[in-house]
Design a protein around this ligand. Structure first.
Ligand code: KG4
Ligand code: ZN
Length: 387
C-alpha cells in the first residue's frame, strides 16, 4: 500500500460543466475531462437549470468513462470517488452526487464530499504542484470570483498530511457580494449587448479593442462591511448608458449576426461593434477588475497575509491577471490557476479531496447535496451529521 499511488476520481457537476478527472497523489493529473454545456445555454444568454440537469444526465457516464480511460487505469485502481456537494444548482449537483455514490458503492471505495468553492482554492495549490513548485505560504487572502460567487476570505492551514503535499484548509470569510457575482455581471452585460454567452471570455477579448477610461463608473460604497462587493450598480449603469446612447439598433443587428455566427471570433465580432460599444465594454471590465483588486489591497492592508489566491472562472480574465501582476511592491505574491483550472473542472475537486482522503474524512452514501453550502462550512458527511 505504501508504494501505491493514491488515485482519486473527481466529479464536478455544480453548474453547466460536466467534469471528471483522475489525480494521483494530489499532484499528478492523469486526466481531466470537461464537457461544456455552452451551446445549450448560449441561446438563452444564461444557464437554464432544468436544461443543465438534463445535459449532466446525458454527459456524466461518458465523461467519467473517458477520464478513467485517459488515466490509463481500471475503475478498481481508484482509491476514492470525490464529488462536489455544493454550492450550485440543486438538480445539477444531484446528478453528480448520485452517480458518484453509485460508483463508490459498486466499487466499494470511499466517497469524499467537496465544497465547490474550496475546490476553486485548491486549484491554486494543484497548479503549483503540477509545476513542481513549493506550496505557497499561508495565511493567504483568497479571492474566489465565479459566475455564482464573489468572496474574499483568509485561508489558513490546519495541519498537513504526512507526505506534506496536502494541507487541510480553513477559511474565514471577510466579504462577499451582496447582489450579483462578478461573473454574473459579465454574463448579464454581454447578454444586454448581444455579445454571446458566457460573457466573461467575450468581454475580455473585445475589451482589448476599446478604451477602458472612456466611461466612468462610480465605485459602489458599501455600508457596513467595506469588504463586501456589489456589481448590480455597475451592471445597471451599463443599461442606462445603452438606453441614453441609442444603441438599440446596433444591438439588434449584432444579435442577428450572433444567431447566424455563434462561433464568430472576437476580432470579427468587434467589426460588428461601434467604438461606443467597445469603449463601454472595456470600461465596464476595468470597473469590475478595479473593484476586485481594490478590495484585495484593502484586505491585505488589514490582515497580514503571505500570499493572494485568485480563483474561479473570472480569474481567467486577462486584465485581472495583468493588474494583480503589476502591483508589486509590498503586495504579497499573487497566485492563479492555469485557465483550464480557473473555470469549473474536476481536477480541483480531486485535489481538494486528497488531504481528506489521507485524513480518512469520508462521506456517508446518504450525504445530501447542499445548493447553498458556504465556503466556511464543511460539506455534510451524512444524514446523521447533517441533522
Ligand atoms: O467558476 P466558473 O467556471 O463557474 C462557476 O462556478 O460559476 O465561472 C464561470 C464564470 C462565468 O460567469 C464566465 O463569464 C466567467 O466565469 N469567466 C470570465 C472569463 N472566463 C470565464 N470572466 C471574465 N473574464 C474571463 N476571461
Ligand atoms: Zn465554479
Amino acid at each position: 500500500m505504501a508504494d501505491q499511488p493514491i488515485r482519486i476520481l473527481g466529479i464536478e457537476t455544480s453548474c453547466d460543466e460536466t467534469a471528471a478527472a483522475v489525480l494521483e497523489d494530489g499532484a499528478r493529473l492523469r486526466s481531466s475531462v470537461v464537457a461544456s454545456q455552452m451551446a445549450t445555454h448560449g441561446k438563452y444568454g444564461g444557464v437554464v437549470p432544468e436544461l443543465a440537469s438534463r445535459e449532466h444526465l446525458r454527459a456524466i457516464v461518458p465523461v467519467v468513462r473517458r477520464a478513467v480511460e485517459e488515466a490509463g487505469i481500471a475503475y478498481s485502481q481508484l482509491d476514492a470517488i470525490a464529488v462536489t456537494q455544493g454550492p450550485g444548482l440543486v438538480g445539477a449537483l444531484m446528478v453528480g452526487s448520485v452517480y458518484a455514490k453509485s460508483l463508490a458503492f459498486s466499487l466499494g471505495k470511499p466517497l469524499i464530499a467537496i465544497n465547490h468553492l474550496e475546490g476553486h482554492i485548491y486549484a491554486i495549490l494543484l497548479e503549483e504542484r503540477l509545476n513542481g513548485r513549493a506550496e505557497p505560504e499561508f495565511p493567504a487572502l483568497s479571492l474566489v470570483v465565479s459566475g455564482g460567487h464573489t468572496l474574499l476570505a483568509i485561508t489558513e492551514t490546519v495541519g498537513s498530511d504526512s507526505a506534506g503535499t496536502g494541507p487541510v484548509l480553513h477559511h474565514r470569510l471577510l466579504g462577499r457580494t451582496r447582489d450579483d457575482a462578478a461573473g454574473e455581471a459579465f454574463d448579464k452585460v454581454a447578454k444586454l449587448l448581444a455579445l454571446g454567452y458566457p460573457g466573461g471570455p467575450v468581454v475580455d477579448k473585445l475589451a482589448k479593442f476599446g478604451n477602458p477610461h472612456a466611461v466612468a463608473f462610480s465605485r459602489p460604497k458599501m455600508k457596513g462591511n467595506p469588504l463586501d462587493f456589489s456589481f448590480s450598480g455597475t451592471k445597471t449603469a451599463v443599461l442606462r448608458y445603452v438606453e441614453h446612447s441609442g444603441m438599440g439598433e446596433e444591438i439588434s443587428a449584432r444579435r442577428a449576426f450572433r444567431q447566424q455566427h455563434p462561433k464568430a471570433p472576437a476580432a470579427e465580432l468587434a467589426e460588428h461593434c461601434s467604438k461606443t460599444t467597445l469603449d463601454l465594454v472595456a470600461s465596464f471590465q476595468h470597473a469590475v477588475v478595479d473593484e476586485l483588486v481594490q478590495h484585495c489591497i484593502e484586505a491585505a492592508n488589514v490582515d497580514s497575509v503571505n500570499s493572494v489566491f485568485v480563483s474561479g472562472g473570472v480569474s481567467a480574465n486577462s486584465l485581472l491577471r495583468e493588474t494583480f501582476q503589476g502591483l508589486g511592491g509590498t503586495f504579497p505574491p499573487v497566485y492563479f490557476p492555469r485557465l483550464g483550472l480557473s473555470t469549473d473542472n474536476a481536477a480541483m475537486i480531486a485535489a481538494a479531496a486528497y488531504p481528506k482522503f489521507l485524513a480518512g474524512c469520508f462521506a456517508d452514501l446518504s450525504a445530501p447535496v447542499d445548493a447553498a453550502l458556504a465556503l466556511t462550512e464543511a460539506p455534510a458527511r451524512g444524514m446523521q451529521e447533517a441533522r
